[in-house]
Design a protein around this ligand. Structure first.
Ligand SMILES: [Zn+2]
Length: 238
């Protein structure tokens, strides 16, 4: 087999290896992104639960406050029966009215707090369901990606073995070195066909002289992108 033919075979395998490695590099990033989405939902629920606790404490405090204020009102009311003068009676009555007005303001505040508690409770229930769904989705996708990675790694092992077999066939070491240096630079393709008298790697025109020499079986690289060129069957007829 000619060197170029071996290189074309090698390129086919290397291109698959290139794509597999890309996927294998991206898969853990995908898992991290999914995990982050789950963590965000988790943090949101925790935030709601914290707020819920705080509002509950506030509610308890306000109820206690209201209780002691109502006690004070009752105490003042019993004092009404014990006062001696009208003036004192009126002053006490006024104070009781003032306290009652304050208490009804406090009651209104408590109602607002209770509404908030109710709203938070519903929100937490909803978010718990959302989080559960998110967790299931995350676990499912993670398992799926991990399985895919396992399969891809096995496939990669197979390709690496195939690559070794191709290299061990009779390819000139200096040509292999050239190919591998270009592959390292370009990442994807090191040997490309000439298509419509242009390099299929960079799409720049190939000079007729170069094309002729390629057709004669010479190993040449593209003058623009430095990739190794070859002439495929179709191009030979033109
Ligand atoms: Zn080129």
């Amino acid at each position: 087999m000619k060197d170029v033919e071996i290189l074309i075979q090698l390129q086919e395998v290397d291109f698959q290896i290139f794509k597999l490695r890309n996927t294998l590099e991206n898969d853990p990033i995908r898992i991290k992104e999914l995990e982050q989405q789950y963590q965000n939902k988790f943090a949101f629920l925790k935030g709601l639960e914290e707020e819920f606790k705080k509002v509950q404490v506030e509610h308890k405090e306000q109820e206690l406050e209201l209780g002691s204020r109502e006690d004070a009102v009752s105490k003042y009311k019993t004092q009404l029966y014990q006062v001696k003068s009208n003036k004192e009676y009126n002053a006490l009555q006024l104070e009781i009215e003032r306290m009652k007005a304050d208490n009804s303001l406090l009651e209104e505040r408590i109602i607002v707090i209770l509404e908030k508690i109710d709203k938070l409770k519903k929100e937490i229930e909803t978010e718990k369901k959302v989080l559960q769904e998110e967790e299931n989705r995350f676990k499912g996708e993670k398992a799926h990606i991990e399985l895919e990675m396992k399969e891809l790694k096995e496939k990669l092992d197979g390709l690496e073995a195939q690559r070794k077999r191709i290299i061990s066939s009779s390819i000139k070491p200096e040509i292999l070195t050239l190919y591998e240096r270009i592959l390292e630079n370009k990442g994807e393709l090191a040997i490309v066909p000439v298509k419509g008298e242009a390099c299929a790697g960079c799409f720049m025109a190939v000079r007729p002289q170069v094309l002729n020499e390629l057709k004669l079986g010479k190993l040449l690289t593209c003058e623009t992108c430095s990739r190794i060129l070859y002439v495929a069957g179709d191009e030979n007829k033109t």
